[in-house]
Design a protein around this ligand. Sequence first.
Ligand code: C5P
Length: 405
Amino acid sequence: MSLAGKHIVLGITGSIAAYKSATLTRLLIKKGAEVQIVITPAGKEFITPITLSALTGKPVISEFFAAGDGTWHSHVDLGLWADLMIVAPATASTIGKMAHGIADNMLITTYLSMKAPVFVAPAMDLDMYRHISTQRNIEILRKDGVQLIDPAEGELASHLEGKGRMEEPENIVAVLEQFFATPNDLTHQNILITAGPTYERIDPVRFIGNFSSGKMGFALAVECASRGAEVLLITGPTALSASHPNIRRVDVESAREMFDIAVKAFPGMDAAILSAAVADYRPQQTVAEKIKRNEQEQITLTLTPNPDIAATLGKMKKPGQKIIGFALETNDEESHAIKKLEKKNFDYIVLNSLQDKGAGFGHDTNKVTMLSRSGMKLSFELKTKKEVAKDIVDIAFGSSSNRFT
Ligand code: C5P
């Protein structure tokens, strides 16, 4: 476990816990990391840049321009330089600004340009921490792939007791060391992800679709992006948003649109994760005018097969590329999934059954079994889709913490 040589951007904000940032900086430097501090204007009221720059050996960045000589501090360069960004302490204000992209200081612009994984260690009074607004913003950050280092319980600057103390610097360093120790770094990997349903038009107002919400695919996109991968997320119609800077989102409607983009992009990819519930059939014809109701007449829709994106990418696959497919089955789940794994030339298949309560379409949770080409199998408990995404990525991209049984 080592931080040696790691480039760390440490964001400091206006909390009394900023005094602990000096210790955090010292510990990071001792572990061999190179630390660049970005401090908010309020942060400077709590700890001076002179103390901090003496520890890091680098000027502390606070303003967009250096007042003396007009030097421009590039948040974009910092975003590319960093292996990791941590905001410690993070105030309610900074958490809110990060969640909503309110880029009125150098710390937030740096966050918005950040390509590396981001950690946040909140510090505030217990009522502020508990407030529905703070909790909502924290939830947004979690969904955006930011990793939260929960505050500890204890005495607060207000002399109240409760949750809100910034985690101790030693423990923060341990979390960061653990992060770099697990081989979950996907930097420089290009990953294509399909998500959501497809809509196949019958006429201008009607379509054939399915109940897929896109939640699993979006959770996977955020998971890969927050590990440093560049993600191309091709999604069918969904109300979800994915705001991580490493995610390039392309919205499509039909299977054929999804097919065209996926096939074009796949040669430049290291992996594809195909979680979209692609319609297998579409109406042979889309009627130009809205079909009128006629009580005397039955109508027949003739359906024609859609191209199979997964099977096509499976045929295109080159050595070094990986494909992870999904299977949603209602009967004989495992044997169907294994057949699909082979037929479509997947490396892994993630099986979810409609028979499991809380799993599959629309839910925030999922219960999956992962099968590999080499015949191995791993079944997971019912978990949030975010946790399931982590498991899938750990397995498919080889983390040591999760092995096949
Ligand atoms: O054959 P089936 O639809 O059950 O296979 C499921 C897997 O194949 C999923 O990974 C799904 O995203 C993918 N698929 C696809 N294109 C299709 C149909 C399915 O990519 N036309």
